[in-house]
Design a protein around this ligand. Sequence first.
Ligand code: FAD
Length: 468
Amino acid sequence: MTISPAEQSRALSDARPVPFWTDDRGGPAPREPLSGPTTADLVVIGGGLTGLWAAIEAMRRDPSADVVVLEARYVGFGASGRNGGFISESLSHGIAHGAATWPAEMKQLIDLGRRNLGEIADFVEREGIDADLRLVGKSLVAVTPLQTRAIEAAYAQHREYGEDVTLLDADEARADVASPTYLGALRVRSGGGLVDPARLCWGLRRSALTLGVRVHETSPVVGLERDGNGVRVVTDRGSVRARKVLVATNASPPPLRRLRHWVLPVYDHVLVTEPLSADQVALLGWAEGQGITDAGNQFHYYRRTPDDRILFGGYDAIYHRGGRVTAEREQNDASHRLLVSHFFETFPVLAGLSFTHRWSGAIDSTSRFTPLFGTAWGGRVSYSLGYTGLGVGASRFGAQVALDLLDGSRTERTELALVRRRPVPFPPEPLRYPLVRATQAALAREDVTGDRGTWLRLLDRFGVGFNS
Ligand SMILES: Cc1cc2nc3c(=O)[nH]c(=O)nc-3n(C[C@H](O)[C@H](O)[C@H](O)COP(=O)(O)OP(=O)(O)OC[C@H]3O[C@@H](n4cnc5c(N)ncnc54)[C@H](O)[C@@H]3O)c2cc1C
């Protein structure tokens, strides 16, 4: 079904240019900014999922600790409050990537990931966090013959690692969710599900405050300075002298300049529809309400929201030359229009539906698709950044690793090659932009031809890639 430019404009005409999850949905009043000087045992920079889990876990490890979270805007402003809400047990950016990159520790990574997801679910339940967490797995659908082969391979690999999977042919896939584009599907019933990401952030924020964490919003960190055997963290209106600092700024320019070589901000675009009527929902089926992604390199992800809208995102990942993260980049007409077209190709029975929200966010990409962990300044500063679009669950693991590193303790986590070995840094500009574009073009070609081509094979040899 081809959508005319006029129909694209109509569908987007009332869309608010803000993330659906945080738009007037009962979020908490902002905490007061930091003003003047203070002290703390630990300062966490960034109030996303990594920062919030880090603060909560630090209080669990030492209930008497004095922990401060400094957030530039408000809790959940970054990727954590504007993502698709797919929560996964994977710490390795999927089974295929993990098995290819860390074959010797893949079993352990799966076990740690399952434990992490289980502990998130337990915490959410225990704390009464109303985040609509549903561990319903997901479907990986094939929309081209090449993707059919990809899901068959994924089926075998998921079974090898004990996931609960069923391979569906075209009729079965369409009977589950009525899209004429489906040629098959891998229904994965284990390993994750869906969550309301903003409500998760707000719930974690409440838990952190209850534990005694001091959270300051609208408090951008503008500098870090060595201060005796501690660190002075400077914001626009105040400062904290702390023993330790944990950097959880993800795709934003990190306060430690050296980290900029590793994390590439790649803009990913999202739409949310108006609520579907009961008749429209019935036309789609989708009884289990699982999240869906297709199996290409350039993939879409989509899901129903708690109030029966459809969130539809992905495909068009944009790296802007120079990699600045700015508010103007959150609206991209061409990418949003492309998503409108793809949405109605996927669900032609919903013709005439409108979108109420459009936004984008910076995906935190590393060249190995898993975070960069480490310490600086003699172990006084640690960081976990760069989940490459799969951080809703893994951010809790990342927070624990960063705390282990600050504690100076050797744990099962810190001994992992995934943690100890760094991804390859991205080259600086002006080389970075053309290399990213060339890689994206090669990935798009592979989606059509099935041939990885010389460039991607070369990158594979060096364990380097590009993903969103
Ligand atoms: C559009 C989109 C869709 C995604 N979909 C999914 C998905 O469905 N499933 C999934 O698993 N992952 C997804 N991701 C990735 C996931 O959202 C992230 O990996 C995860 O939220 C990272 O959490 P974080 O806390 O590390 O980073 P963030 O949530 O980005 O938090 C970093 C925080 O640091 C703050 N900050 C930055 N600089 C400073 C400073 N100098 N001083 C103070 N504060 C600062 C920012 O304001 C921000 O709030 C998606 C990402 C995007 C952008």
